[in-house]
Design a protein around this ligand. Structure first.
Ligand code: NAP
Length: 302
């Protein structure tokens, strides 16, 4: 039995693993996709203290290697159930049950879509959640980014370096993204801004995206625009459905917790974007990971 099972191998989960392992606990991290979490999709991280510039992918690789070097067990597998069994926890991973004395939930968030018809089938056929991964397929062509947060602005800036043009489509007339990102995007000659505009339909040909039907929400005008690639950056949602009440979540599905990392269930701790919080940043995720590991170690040593 492992001392601490960590569900989710993003910055919060891997930081928790580093802290707990250095505190002498046996630690296993379960990750259903790639280790590193959502940060791997960030083209450039420029706000991590002590590191002026690093790609999300490189940062994730460093963090993963650091955890592995400390003896953390990294397991690829999807956790589908978590159950308290007297003083320990039973975790179902890819259909098999493993045990742990404490659990840290660092399940992160998943991309939201627009919910337009055909969306699921178009992912990978001109529609993408990841500018870093799929931007090169659009090299020299015309791309659209939908959203007005940090991700949308970062994606647009990244794509402006490889695409002929980037159209940033936002449903309001001001961005919630960091001012510095907005200024940088505005200074790129090939980023065009479409404000007060929503996407109403994906235009397709032979199963691939060819453009968008758009509507100006102020004038009501509906129009179409051709695009070779469309990148969705309209926010994220938690992935805690598998808990089925093992730890309490708010109406949106985020785990009730704060910087103490405590959840409503003794022995289960929460860290990172998956918990209720105001600021979801790389720095706050790693901070949460440290707090959760310390809280879990105290719980085990009690
Ligand atoms: P976000 O901040 O939630 O922004 C989502 C954007 O999508 C908003 O502008 C929102 O519009 C728009 N949107 C939502 N639903 C929509 C819909 N149905 N149709 C059209 N537009 C829609 O998401 P995010 O940009 O992915 O960022 C998530 C978190 O990660 C944030 O806390 C962010 O600060 C952080 N992050 C930080 C960095 C960094 O470098 N510092 C980089 C990436 C992400 P409204 O503005 O009108 O609501």
């Amino acid at each position: 039995m492992t001392d601490i099972a960590i569900i989710g191998g993003g910055p919060a989960g891997l930081t928790a693993a580093i802290y707990a392992s250095r505190a002498g606990k046996s630690v296993t991290v379960y990750e259903k996709e790639s280790f590193g979490g959502q940060i791997v999709f960030s083209p450039l991280v420029e706000n991590y203290p002590g590191i002026a510039h690093i790609s999300g992918e490189d940062y994730a690789a460093l963090l993963t290697a650091q955890a592995e070097a400390l003896g953390v067990k990294l397991e690829n597998g999807e956790v589908t159930a978590l159950r308290k069994a007297s003083d320990t926890f039973a975790i179902t991973v890819d259909g098999s049950v493993v045990d742990a004395r404490a659990v840290i939930l660092a399940t992160g968030v998943a991309h939201k879509g627009l919910g337009l018809p055909g969306e699921a089938d178009l992912i990978g056929c001109g529609l993408s959640f990841c500018a870093v991964c799929d931007g090169p397929f659009c090299a020299g062509q015309d791309a659209a980014v939908i959203g007005g947060g940090d991700t949308a602005l970062q994606d647009a800036i990244f794509l402006s370096g490889i695409c002929r043009s980037v159209t940033l489509i936002h449903r309001r007339d001001s961005f919630r993204a960091e001012k510095r990102l907005v200024e940088k995007a505005s200074s790129q000659g090939n980023i065009h801004f479409l404000y007060d505009t929503v996407a109403e339909e994906y235009l397709t040909e032979d199963g691939s995206v060819t453009g968008l039907r758009l509507r100006n929400v102020k004038t009501g005008e509906s129009f179409t625009k051709p695009f070779d690639g469309i990148f969705l950056a309209v926010g994220q949602k938690p992935q805690n459905d598998f808990l089925h009440g093992a730890a309490a979540v708010d109406p949106e599905g985020y785990l009730y917790s704060d910087e103490t990392a405590l959840t409503g269930t003794a022995g289960i701790f929460a860290a990172g974007d998956c918990r209720t919080k105001d600021v979801r940043q790389l720095t706050t995720a790693v901070g949460d990971g440290a707090c959760a590991a310390i809280a879990a170690c105290r719980y085990l040593d009690r």
